[in-house]
Design a protein around this ligand. Structure first.
Ligand code: PLP
Length: 369
C-alpha cells in the first residue's frame, strides 16, 4: 500500500514502539503507588512530560495528558465563564467546532472568524472579533485539510492585549513545523500523539495556569486535578519518545516532505481542470489538497484504494458524510469543486517513486482517452 494520509494518522515509529513495550508488561505499576514499582513508572511519565514540553518550548508543569487532541480541545473550552462569548475560526476541526456549537446551545454567544479564499484568517476578521469582546478565541495553527498555517502569534498577541484567552489547536502543526508555546502568545495549546508517529489515544493540553480551565473528568486527582484517571502509561511513554524524535528530526523531515510536495504539485499542475486549494498560502510541508472540476472525490478515493493508494477526500472524520467540506466552503470554494476534493498528506517514509506512481495512476483515472 502507498499511504498518503498522514494527517489522519501516522504509523507508529519502531523506536516509539520499542520505548513503549516495557510499559505494557514489565513496568505495570500504577504511577500513583508509593512503592518502587510505582515510583519508577511515575518517573518515566515525568520524562515523557519533559520530552513533549521541550518539543513545544513549554514547562513540563504546563502539560496535562489527555486521551487525545479531541479531549484537549474540549478541555480548552472549559476556560469559558458561564454564559459568555467565544469565537472560533470557521475552519476548526470538529473537536472544536462541535463543542463550541454545543456551548452556543447552552447560552454562550458563538461567533465564527471568517477566512479568505486561501483559508487564512484576516486582520479585518480579528478586528471585528475584538469589537465583540469575547472571553475566549480559538484559531488552529495548521489546518488538517488544506495544511494552511495561520499567523497565530500575530493575532494572539493582539487578543491577549485585550484580555482575551487564546487557544490554538496545534495537532497538525507539531512535528511538521517548529512550534513554540511562548512565541505563539497563546494561553492554551492542543497536541496529539498519533499525528507524530506516536500511539493513538493520547494527547495533551498545554496551559497557562491563570486561565482557569475546569476538569471534565473528576476522580483521583491525577494531572494536577485537571484530568483524573490512571494514566495511559505506555501511550504517554510513546508520545514522549515520538516528541523527542520529532524535535531531533524536524528539519530533516520537513526538507524531505517539502521536496516530495513540490514534486507532487509540479506534476499535478498538468492535470486539466485541477485546482490546488490554498496554493498561495503558507502550508504544512506535507499537505496538498486539490479538486478536479467535474469529478467525485469519494469515487476517486475508492478507485485509488482499489489500486492500493490511501488518500483522504477531506478530513477523516468528515469523509463519508456526503457534504462538501466546511473548510472549503468557508474559503468560498464552490460545492461542485469542493466535492471533488482529494487530500494527500505525506509522511517521513514516503518516496519520490511513490509520488510518481500515484501521479501516473491519477492521470489514467482522470484524463479521458
Ligand atoms: N485537531 C486536529 C486539527 C486534527 O486534525 C485532529 C485529528 O484529526 C484532532 C484535533 C483530534 O485529535 P485526536 O485524533 O487525537 O483526538
Amino acid at each position: 500500500m502507498i499511504y498518503f494520509d498522514h494527517n489522519a494518522t501516522t504509523p507508529i515509529d519502531d523506536r516509539v514502539l520499542e520505548a513503549m513495550m516495557p510499559f505494557l508488561k514489565t513496568f505495570y505499576g500504577n504511577p500513583s503507588s508509593l512503592y518502587r514499582h510505582g515510583r519508577l513508572v511515575r518517573s518515566a511519565i515525568d520524562s515523557a512530560r519533559e520530552q513533549i514540553a521541550a518539543l513545544v518550548g513549554a514547562q513540563p508543569t504546563q502539560l496535562i495528558f489527555t486521551s487525545g487532541g479531541t479531549e484537549a480541545n474540549n478541555l480548552a473550552l472549559t476556560a469559558l465563564k458561564p454564559r459568555s462569548k467565544l469565537a472560533i475560526s470557521a475552519i476548526e476541526h470538529p473537536s472544536i467546532s462541535e463543542p463550541a456549537e454545543n456551548l452556543a446551545m447552552q447560552g454562550h454567544e458563538l461567533k465564527l472568524i471568517g477566512v479568505d479564499r486561501n483559508g487564512l484568517v484576516t486582520q479585518d476578521a480579528i478586528d471585528d472579533i475584538i469589537k465583540n469582546n469575547p472571553v475566549l478565541v480559538s484559531i488552529m495553527l495548521a489546518n488538517n485539510e488544506t495544511g494552511v498555517i495561520q499567523d497565530v502569534a500575530c493575532y494572539a498577541q493582539q487578543l491577549r492585549d485585550k484580555g482575551i484567552i487564546v487557544h490554538t489547536d496545534a495537532v497538525q502543526a507539531v512535528g511538521k513545523i517548529s512550534v513554540n508555546f511562548n512565541q505563539l502568545y497563546v494561553h492554551l495549546m492542543t497536541l496529539s500523539s498519533h499525528k507524530i508517529y506516536g500511539p493513538k489515544g493520547c494527547g495533551a493540553l498545554i496551559f497557562e495556569r491563570n486561565v482557569g480551565i475546569k476538569p471534565m473528568i473528576l476522580g483521583g486527582g491525577q494531572e494536577q486535578g485537571f484530568r483524573s484517571g490512571t494514566e495511559n502509561v505506555p501511550a504517554i511513554i510513546g508520545f514522549g519518545k515520538a516528541a523527542e524524535l520529532a524535535g531531533a528530526e524536524l528539519a530533516q523531515r520537513a526538507e524531505h516532505l517539502l521536496k516530495l510536495r513540490k514534486l507532487l504539485e509540479d506534476r499535478l499542475t498538468y492535470i486539466p481542470g485541477i485546482s490546488i486549494f490554498a496554493k498561495d498560502a503558507e502550508r504544512l510541508p506535507n499537505t496538498v489538497q486539490f479538486g478536479i472540476e467535474g469529478l467525485d472525490g469519494e469515487m476517486l478515493l475508492m478507485k485509488l484504494d482499489q489500486k492500493g493508494i490511501a488518500v483522504s477526500s477531506g478530513s477523516a472524520c468528515a469523509s463519508g458524510g456526503g457534504k462538501p467540506s466546511p473548510v472549503l466552503a468557508a474559503m468560498g470554494v464552490a460545492d461542485g469543486l469542493a466535492k471533488s476534493a482529494i487530500r494527500i498528506s505525506l509522511g517521513k517514509s514516503n518516496t519520490e517513486a511513490e509520488i510518481i506512481e500515484f501521479i501516473d495512476l491519477l492521470e489514467t483515472l482522470v484524463i479521458p482517452g
